[in-house]
Structures are given as structure tokens and as C-alpha cells.
Design a protein around this ligand. Structure first.
Ligand code: SAM
Length: 286
């Protein structure tokens, strides 16, 4: 009897699994499968994974990255929405006792509960993210304040630029403020589109967000801060005063003007020119 082993290179292995299980990449689920061993090894190395770690992998797909994670981490929990992938993962990791495979939408998973359940020394998030929901996933992870140390993920290069931008610069968007508020972001390396099957139209980049464990002590009302940033970026070409007036933040234009004057900030400033610290100061005074 011919023995089926996975001693193939990653490209051939991916093709083999797709053929064996009769699956094609589902575009609407953002399925682009990694076929570049160097990218996988570099991601694991940069995520600093060891046997003390619980690793939560979002969107394991065929299990290419997972295959390295199970060798390096103490426990791996994979969250995958596509049922077809679940069957493949279950077969592929049948002999491993340090993996749990969850068939669910990551946006619906209670991360706090999951991390508490395993009670490991540290928890880390690692993923090649489905690009169509990168922002909601990153926001969910950050806002959950769940007890994990870092998020090491592959995202679209353009998104990496935005996530890792400095606030107060043109490259920043509303999400940049949340990233800076909750974490220290760092770009790791660029990944060409030839590293995937099928190959996406865009370049990718692996980034890491080291979570800030201490809550920001400067801000009085976090909710107000993020609402202000949201209004400022909904119409980023307008002045801050015009984007905030008649919102729940402030009904009165004059009040915003007074606050800006008190902080020595030009009244004509746009929200996009403000740093996170500026927004915090303004939110505390309004
Ligand atoms: N990790 C694999 C790799 O690197 O080859 C696959 C990465 S692929 C870019 C993204 C994966 O996320 C797919 O397997 C897709 O089915 C899964 N996915 C898409 N939406 C999801 C969701 N809401 N929750 C969990 N997984 C999701």
C-alpha cells in the first residue's frame, strides 16, 4: 500500500491537499494559501513562540502555518470559518495532542474565555489574516483587552502601512489611533504575491503588535476619545471643529474653539493632523 506522507515542499503539499479534498480557494473567504516556507519560518521566529505559549491562529486554512505552530507552541487553538478546511485540519493534525480546532467566525469567539480556559503562561495571536475583514479582526483583538501579549499577522501591505503609521501623519487612519493606543506596532517583512496560491493582486506584509498591558492613565473617557477620532476621520478633509460640531461630542462650536485655544492648537486644524496625545488632551477638556 502506498503510504501518504506530507514530505513534499509546501507548494506541492498545498496542491496535493486541495486535490485530495477537492477544494478550491474560496475568494469570498479571503483564501490565499501560503506556499513560502521562508515566510512561515520567519513569522514563527518573529512571533517568539515557545512551549509556554498558547497560540491562537485565525484562519488556519489548509494548516500550512499551523504545521509549524504545533511544533513550537505549547498549545495551538485554530479558529476557522470554512467547514471544508476543518475536515482537512482534523485529518492532518490527528496525531497531535496540543491542538484544538474551532469551526467558528473569529468575530464571534469570546477570546477572554478561550485564553482563561487554557491558563498558559502567555498567549499570542498568529495569523495570515483573511484580508476582507482585517480591520474588524484587529479592532476586536485590541478592544477585547484579552490577556494575550502580541498579535503577529500578515496583512495587505497597504493596510500594514496604515496600521503602523504614526498618528498625525497622512498615512494614518482612524484605526492607527486604536493601534497606537493599545499596542506598539512594528513592521517585520514584506511578502510578495508569489508566496500564495492563488496569488493575490497585492503585496503583503507581516507586522507585530505588542500589546500594552497597562491601561492609558491619561484619558478620562475612552469612549469619547474614540468617538471623536471616528468623527474626525469620517470627513478627514474638514477641520476638526466642523467634524465635531453638532455631534454627541459637542453641540457648541465655540466650546471646541476654546479647548483648541487653551491647548495652543490652531482652530483650523484637521483631525488627521493631530496625534493620539492631542486627541487625548482635547477629549479630556471637552
Ligand atoms: N493560514 C492559511 C495560510 O496561510 O495558508 C490560510 C490563510 S487565508 C489568507 C485566510 C483564512 O481565514 C482562510 O482559511 C479562511 O477560510 C479563513 N477565514 C475567513 N473568514 C474567517 C472568519 N470570519 N473567521 C475565521 N476564519 C476565517
Amino acid at each position: 500500500m502506498r503510504k501518504e506522507t506530507y514530505n513534499l515542499n509546501i507548494h506541492d503539499e498545498t496542491k496535493f491537499l486541495m486535490k485530495k479534498y477537492n477544494v478550491t480557494a474560496n475568494k469570498s473567504l479571503g483564501q490565499n494559501f501560503l506556499i513560502d516556507e521562508e515566510v512561515i519560518l520567519n513569522t514563527i521566529k518573529n512571533a517568539n513562540i515557545c512551549k509556554d505559549d498558547l497560540v491562537i491562529e485565525i484562519g488556519p486554512g489548509l494548516g500550512t502555518l499551523t504545521n509549524e505552530l504545533v511544533k513550537n507552541a505549547g498549545k495551538v487553538v485554530c479558529i476557522e470559518l470554512d467547514k471544508k478546511m476543518i475536515k482537512i485540519l482534523q485529518d492532518r493534525f490527528l496525531l497531535f495532542d496540543n491542538i484544538e480546532i474551532i469551526n467558528q467566525d473569529v468575530l464571534k469567539v469570546d477570546l477572554n474565555e478561550l485564553i482563561d480556559k487554557y491558563n498558559m503562561k502567555s498567549a499570542k495571536i498568529v495569523a495570515n489574516l483573511p484580508y476582507y475583514i482585517t480591520t474588524p479582526i484587529i479592532m476586536k483583538l485590541l478592544e477585547s483587552r484579552a490577556n494575550f501579549n502580541s498579535i503577529t499577522v500578515m496583512v495587505q501591505k497597504e493596510v500594514a502601512d496604515r496600521l503602523c503609521a504614526r498618528t498625525g501623519t497622512r498615512e494614518a487612519g482612524a484605526i492607527t489611533y486604536a493601534v497606537e493606543y493599545y499596542s506598539n506596532a512594528k513592521k517585520l517583512f514584506v511578502v510578495p504575491n508569489t508566496s500564495f496560491i492563488p496569488s493575490p493582486n497585492v503585496e503583503s506584509e507581516v507586522i507585530t503588535l505588542e500589546v500594552k498591558k497597562e491601561k492609558n492613565k491619561e484619558i478620562k473617557d475612552e469612549g469619547k476619545l474614540f468617538k471623536m477620532i471616528k468623527y474626525a476621520f469620517m470627513q478627514r478633509r474638514k477641520t476638526l471643529i466642523n467634524t465635531l460640531q453638532n455631534t454627541e461630542i459637542c453641540k457648541n462650536k465655540e466650546r471646541i474653539r476654546q479647548v483648541l485655544n487653551k491647548l495652543n492648537i490652531d482652530e483650523r486644524i484637521r483631525g488627521e493632523a493631530l496625534t493620539l496625545d492631542d486627541f487625548i488632551k482635547i477629549a479630556n477638556l471637552i
